[in-house]
Design a binder for this molecule. Structure first.
Ligand code: CTP
Length: 472
């Protein structure tokens, strides 16, 4: 009978590993994410090899066969080894039996068979192996029906889910992350176990949780992941502020938007236009401070005054807790949240050049991203209303372009420097310099003078005169 090879094993690495395993007299397999991604037709640059023996020895032998100069990294404590082979990242490990002490992340590890190794993996679709043994080279080893589950688009644990999740509670996040990335369903029994074990996420390091969370946000439809996180009870543990967005209050027959669903719609909207994680995070956080700023005002209805200001402060608090980067990425998200109402406000009123210039000045080079966020923020059940807003929004975009071409305030550099002011009036550093610079900037923003050296110079002279300074 013809051998059934489901996976492309034509890459030379598979032959090298097979030969090395043969020399050592052990069985070796490619396993996990690589096999899954091959079957899904997704690109994958990491291959994990598992052998019934020493992963370290197999790595060494394989590297020798490829090229004596390959640098192998050994992680003796974990019994793993890794090297790069062209653009591939390859990792080797001996098959293990593994269990974890409850309440601790310290694994108790013993040598095991391939079956033991597959048993301790997270999902059936991640427990597939390709044999690299001589007599079965390229054959799939699929003890839990992983191939069928790929076809059925199902995430399900190989063992009792309570055991799989208890071994590593991060897998609850991973289940939701894979369901979101791949648009798969989580099997109901597996999902019930996530609900039951949600609290156990607390023993996992924040860095690992955040890595999964960021992957959910980078998926093609992140709302899927947020809905599953909410439904499972994980969201209120890992991101309580977002959970708080849920719900509608009614007063005197007036309700407000459910900010949970609104935010998810904004996030899905922006996802269609950008892969920038931080801009997507800005969508996640743009209304985060609506709950604490909510007020019902007679004659006005529900208001959320200042939610953009408080929200931008909360971004720092949330990023710090989530162990997100605290440099330029944080600043960018804060700026987006702080400014997110501004372009929309412009669509509601007469658009003046000075308002456009101020917006360009404050947003700087991030103006296009801000406009993208604000456009995504236009959500309503009323299709006509959305259409009307989007049209007015296009007008704002067009006018911003015109004003920028004319006045170049997007990367505003004061036309008159403090140095020049000091030289002109023969004065030392002091408050007058700040006053003159600020007045010139204001005059440019208001359109009283152009963003032009000559005009600004003349204004500096007359301002100096008013302040009792004379030209040297
Ligand atoms: N794995 C697991 N439990 C975890 C993490 C990983 O069982 N908490 C196993 C799975 O078999 C997984 C393999 O280790 O396929 C490799 O893990 P990793 O590289 O983190 O994930 P991938 O499945 O390769 O997917 P991705 O690259 O998208 O993270």
């Amino acid at each position: 009978m013809e051998k059934k090879t489901l996976i492309d094993v034509s890459h030379p690495i598979f032959r090298h590993v097979a030969d090395a395993a043969n020399d050592l007299g052990i069985d070796a397999y490619a396993v996990g994410g690589y096999v899954r991604d091959q079957l899904l037709g997704r690109p994958c640059k990491d291959i994990d090899f598992v052998c019934v023996g020493s992963g370290i020895e197999l790595a060494q032998k394989t590297a020798e066969k490829i090229n004596a100069n390959i640098h192998v990294n050994f992680f003796k404590n974990f019994g793993t080894a890794q090297f790069r082979c062209g653009d591939l990242d390859v990792e080797f490990v001996g098959a293990r039996k593994e269990s974890y002490d409850r309440g601790s992340r310290k694994p108790v590890v013993e040598d095991g068979t391939l079956e033991d190794d597959q048993n301790r993996r997270d999902f059936t679709i991640n427990a597939l192996a390709i044999s690299l043994s001589k007599d079965s080279f390229g054959e799939l080893v699929d003890p839990f029906g992983g191939v069928a589950h790929l076809a059925e688009k199902k995430i399900i644990t190989p063992l009792d889910p309570d055991i799989t999740f208890s071994d590593d509670p991060l897998r609850m996040m991973r289940a939701i992350r894979f369901a979101t990335q791949l648009d798969f369903e989580i099997d109901p029994i597996t999902f019930d176990a996530i609900r039951r074990n949600a609290e156990r996420i607390n023993i996992i390091s924040q860095e690992r949780i955040t890595e999964e969370f960021n992957k959910i946000i980078l998926a093609p439809r992140p709302s899927t992941g947020f809905l599953l996180l909410e439904d499972s009870g994980l969201l209120k543990i890992i991101f309580p502020e977002f959970q708080q967005l849920k719900g509608v209050e009614n007063y005197e027959g007036k309700g407000h938007k459910d900010n949970f669903f609104h935010t998810l719609q904004v996030l899905d909207n922006i996802t269609k236009n950008t892969n920038n994680l931080w801009l997507r995070w800005a969508a996640v956080l743009h209304d985060i401070a609506k709950p604490p700023t909510k007020k019902f005002v007679q004659g006005e209805g529900w208001t959320f005054h200042g939610h953009e200001v408080l929200g931008s402060k909360w971004v720092a608090k949330i990023f710090r807790r989530m162990k997100q980067p605290l440099g330029a990425e944080l600043k960018f998200v804060q700026k987006m949240v702080y400014l997110h109402l501004r372009p929309i406000a412009l669509t509601k009123e007469e658009i003046t050049d000075s308002a456009l210039r101020r917006l360009l000045f404050e947003a700087g080079d991030d103006i296009d991203q801000l406009m993208m966020l604000c456009e995504a923020d236009i959500t309503s059940k009323n299709k006509d209303k959305v259409k009307r807003y989007l049209q007015r929004f296009e007008t704002v975009r067009q006018k911003l372009k015109e004003v920028e071409e004319k006045d170049r305030v997007r990367n505003f550099q004061p036309p008159i420097s403090g140095e020049l002011i000091m030289q002109t009036f023969g004065i030392a550093p002091g408050r007058e310099i700040g006053i003159i610079k600020e007045e010139i900037k204001e005059a440019i923003m208001e359109g009283k003078i152009h963003n032009d050296y000559e005009e600004a110079y003349r204004m500096m002279l007359s301002l100096g005169e008013k302040l009792g300074l004379s030209k040297k």
